[in-house]
Design a protein. Structure first.
Length: 185
């Protein structure tokens, strides 16, 4: 089987680290419960100056390296990679490609291919022409678009994707244990 896997929110706990760093920089709280949309600037108020700082934060290589894997991700991916092709697809900026690969090696995350897709992740199945059996995702737009292509999407459930409409191809999951149970059936 071919399994597409996002990084942030699926393999890496980016949200926790980014909100903690934003709290340090901006000296105020950024609770997860208020992250109702994928982009922080749609959830919290930032001055123009603060927004520039926020944008630069996403290019901080040290911050990306400091992320921790989501509980169960490493073991589950090792199990899945024994019988399946793992295709990582991320919307991370190309500027942090090297640090991303370094992070994946650091945590021994197995994969067969990695693609940096920016805002075109939903086009990857057509470009690669792989028969993706599953796609593990947390972004509401990409989950919906991939499901429309007939790909079974395992949507990691977060406040920012609560509004994703029900679709036959979208299955909400609470973590990696559920992912393994579904894929290994």
């Amino acid at each position: 089987m071919y399994i597409g896997v996002d990084i942030d929110g699926v393999i890496a706990d980016a949200d926790t680290l980014f909100r903690r760093r934003m709290k340090e920089i901006f000296k105020r709280d950024f609770p997860r419960s208020k992250v109702k949309y994928f982009k922080y600037e749609e959830c919290f108020k930032f001055s123009e100056y603060e927004f520039k700082i926020l944008c630069n934060l996403f290019l901080d290589e040290d911050l990306w390296m400091a992320m921790k894997p989501i509980k169960g991700a490493q073991a589950a991916l090792k199990t899945l990679n024994k019988k399946n092709k793992i295709i990582i697809a991320t919307s991370r900026p190309p500027k942090i490609k090297d640090v991303t690969i370094k992070w994946l090696k650091k945590y021994r995350i197995p994969y067969d291919e990695i693609h940096f897709t920016l805002n075109e992740k939903h086009l990857l199945p057509k470009i690669l022409k792989y028969p993706f059996d599953y796609f593990l995702e947390d972004h509401p737009f990409f989950a919906s678009k991939l499901a429309e292509l007939g790909i079974k999407v395992l949507l990691f459930s977060y406040p920012w994707n609560k509004e994703v409409r029900k679709h036959l191809e979208i299955i909400r999951v609470s973590g990696w244990k559920e992912v393994l149970n579904i894929i290994e059936k």
